[in-house]
Design a protein around this ligand. Structure first.
Ligand code: RP5
Length: 179
């Protein structure tokens, strides 16, 4: 066993530019993970083997990214009992809508938790949350992360509030003057 808890897989090395953000999020939370290219269309037998052995190898979550006719996440979800998070990767045409619909429109009974187009970081964070449900230490780290997010957002509010000086409107002001 590799010791990895999360498998980050993708259809091609061209997906890595997007998918590396999932690995980065996992690294931030010290979650052991592995990274592989497992193309559903070009290496179908490898994909079946990967998905069928994932749970027995100790993985708890699979993050699968693909673009275009993005069948990898759904096929892996069909072959493993593990939770699968799908990342639609945007290719040159169609802005990733093709990838999104290929991944998100799964039939009843075979769920894939699909994140926004290109948002592999959220896939990594969702995998952390899934693991954190049964790991109090990881849950505490996720809570701290959320507090930091809140603090960063609050600082943005402070910045805008400082910049914005409400001034009384002129007596002859009309709504059509706005913007
Ligand atoms: C998909 O085809 C891959 O997931 C990738 O997004 C896309 C293009 O692959 P390459 O032609 O760059 O290898 O299966």
């Amino acid at each position: 066993m590799s010791g990895a808890l999360v498998g980050v897989i993708m259809g091609s090395d061209s997906d890595w530019q997007t998918m590396s953000a999932a690995a980065q999020a996992l690294r931030e939370f010290d979650v052991a993970h592995e990274v592989r290219v497992v193309s559903a269309h070009r290496m179908p037998h490898d994909m079946v083997e990967y998905a069928e052995t994932a749970a027995d190898r100790g993985l708890a979550v699979v993050i699968a990214g693909a673009g275009g006719a993005a069948h990898l996440p759904g096929m892996v979800a069909a072959l493993t009992p593990l939770p699968v998070i799908g990342v639609p990767v945007a290719l040159t045409h169609l802005s990733g809508l093709d990838s999104l619909l290929s991944i998100v429109q799964m039939p009843a009974g075979v769920p894939v938790a699909t994140v926004a187009v290109g948002n592999a970081r959220n896939a990594g964070l969702l995998a952390v949350r899934i693991l954190a449900a049964t790991d109090p230490e990881l849950r505490a780290r996720m809570s701290r992360f959320q507090s930091e997010l809140r603090a960063a957002a609050a600082a943005k509010n402070d910045g805008v509030a400082t910049e914005w000086r409400p001034e009384p409107l002129a007596a002859d002001w009309r709504p059509e003057q706005a913007g």
